[in-house]
Design a protein around this ligand. Sequence first.
Ligand code: PDD
Length: 294
Amino acid sequence: MGVVVSLDGVLLSGDKAQVSVFDRGFLYGDSVYEVLRTYQGVPFEEDRHLARLLASAERIGMNLPAPLRTLSEELWAAHRASGNAESYLRLVCTRGAGPIGLDPALAVDPLRLVIAQPVQPPPPSVYEDGASLALVSVRKNLKTAIDPRAKTGNYLNSVLAVAEAKKRGAFEAVLLDHQGTVTEGASSNVFAVLGGTILTPPVEVGILEGITRTVILELARRLNIRLVETPISAGVLLAAEEILISSSIREIVPIVKVDEVSIGTGRPGPVFHRLRAEFQRYVVDYTEANRRPG
Ligand code: PDD
C-alpha cells in the first residue's frame, strides 16, 4: 500500500512528487480537480468524473493539459502502481506555472497529476449510528462569483466551513446561501426526506453536481422513491424525517443530528437503508461492467 503520484504521466512515489512554487494552482487555486475511488480496482463512475473535470475546465476557460483518454490511463496506472487494494484518486489539472500575475495568459506550462493513496472511508459506526451536521455561519459563495458547479482548487469557502464544523464536533458542515437556503455540505450533497419524498437542492441553487448525487437520483427512480429537486430552507431541513449526505468517498451517510436538533427518530431511517443497499448493488454491477485487463 502506498502513495503514488502520476505527474504529467510520470509515476513517482508520493514523497518524490514536486511542482513549481510558480504553479497557479498553488498561487491562486487556478486549477480543477476530481476525487474518485476504486472498487475492485475500478475507478467508480470514471466517465462522469472526467466529463465533470472537462466541464469545470470549460467554466474557468482552462484547456485541459491532456485528452480525457490519457487522464483515464493515468488514473488506472497510478492506482495499479500504488499496490493499494483500493485507492482514493485525486486528479488535478492546473493552468500551470509562469511569470507571477493574475492574467491566465501568463500560464505557459499546464500541469496534470493523479494522487493515488489508500482510500479511507468513514468508520462503520457512521453508517450504523448516523453522523452529525453543523449549520455553519460561513455562507456558500454566490454562483455569480465562482460557480460551485466548477470543481476548482479554490476551496477556501469549504475549508473554513469544515474548520467551524470541526470546532463544533460535527461530522460535516452544511452551508446556506446568502438568502438562508440550504446549498450543500463542505464536500458533499444534501438530501432531506419529508413525507417519504426525498428533497434535494437543485443545481441552480449554486452547488456542485455531485456524481454520487446523480447516482442517488437514478437509484431513487429505480426504487420508486419520489425525489424532487427543490430549494430547501434550514427549517425544512431540521424538520426532516431523515437527512442524507453523499460524496464519492463517504458514499451515502445518514445524518441524525443537526447542531443540537435530533433528526427523525435519531437513528438512520428506512430511506437511507434502501438507498445504501441499492447503491452497494449498483457498485458491484458497475465494477463488473467496467473492469480492464492489465
Ligand atoms: N468532494 N459538493 C462539494 C462542494 C464537494 O466538494 C463534493 C465532493 C460533493 C460530492 O460530489 P461527488 O459525489 O462527486 O463526490 C459535493 C470531493 C469528495 C472532495 O473534494 O474530496
